[in-house]
Design a protein around this ligand. Structure first.
Ligand SMILES: NC(=O)c1ccc[n+]([C@@H]2O[C@H](COP(=O)([O-])OP(=O)(O)OC[C@H]3O[C@@H](n4cnc5c(N)ncnc54)[C@H](O)[C@@H]3O)[C@@H](O)[C@H]2O)c1
Length: 204
């Protein structure tokens, strides 16, 4: 495709304010806001700096990247913004206040992007997976085991899969497949919405 990699710490949001079409970053037809981390802690013990860090990375940086990408998309009359939200953009879980609040904020940002982009061929949508088999979840399994004082295999069965009707983790390929469709011309009329890939979690 002739693309090039851009290495950046997306939590350093002040550096992202200067991005523009002139700097060539991010000059893209498709923007996937994917970077995210998880911290698990009761609200009354939640480290304020960890909270701010997560909101910089998962809310402020998507805002700044969308802000920088839109002018080029508007010029070309085409754009796809894919926001990797979570089932926690639609539902809450104990001990995940920063994550749940950040993902709910991303949902709002995505909807506003959809409204403003509508006349320019730009769509914006959220993808909302339940637990996906990735390093982020592997770390969480260990954290949750410590917090609840149970074994790691019990965490998957008793905590992660409790809400899901389909009792297995989501595979990364299943999220990628939805992203590919949302980025296609076929999804031009799909905007401002959120797609749960949660094995039925939000159905109940
Ligand atoms: N794994 C899940 O169960 C799950 C479920 C729902 C939503 N999500 C969301 O999917 C997205 C991807 O998560 P994942 O499970 O692949 O996690 P992961 O830990 O495997 O990957 C996270 C990615 O974010 C990048 N990243 C983290 N901090 C960064 C920073 N400061 N600057 C630049 N990049 C940074 C990492 O390099 C990595 O590529 C996240 O937004 C996460 O919230 C994951």
């Amino acid at each position: 495709m002739g693309g090039r990699a851009w290495t950046v710490d997306l939590a350093e949001t002040s550096a992202l304010e200067e991005l523009s079409e002139e700097t060539g970053v991010p000059d893209a037809d498709i923007l996937v806001n994917n970077a995210g981390v998880q911290r698990v802690s009761p609200l009354h013990e939640f480290d304020p700096e960890a909270w701010r860090f997560m909101h910089r990375l998962m809310v402020e940086s998507p805002f700044l990247l969308i802000r920088a990408a839109l002018p080029g998309m508007y010029q070309r009359g085409f754009g796809r913004i894919l926001n990797i939200s979570s089932v926690h953009g639609l539902r809450a879980s104990a001990y995940k206040s920063a994550y749940v609040a950040a993902k709910h904020a991303l949902e709002g940002l995505s909807k506003v992007t959809a409204l403003e982009g509508a006349d320019h061929g730009v769509t914006s949508n959220c993808l909302n997976p339940a637990y996906v088999r990735t390093p982020l979840v592997e770390k969480q399994i260990a954290d949750q085991a410590r917090l609840h004082g149970i074994g790691e295999d019990e965490v998957v069965e008793r905590i992660m899969l409790t809400e899901s009707a389909v009792k297995r983790l989501v595979e990364p390929e299943e999220v990628a497949s939805l992203a590919t469709w949302l980025a296609s011309d076929a999804a031009g009329m799909v905007t401002g919405t959120s797609y749960a890939i949660d094995g039925g979690w939000t159905a109940s």
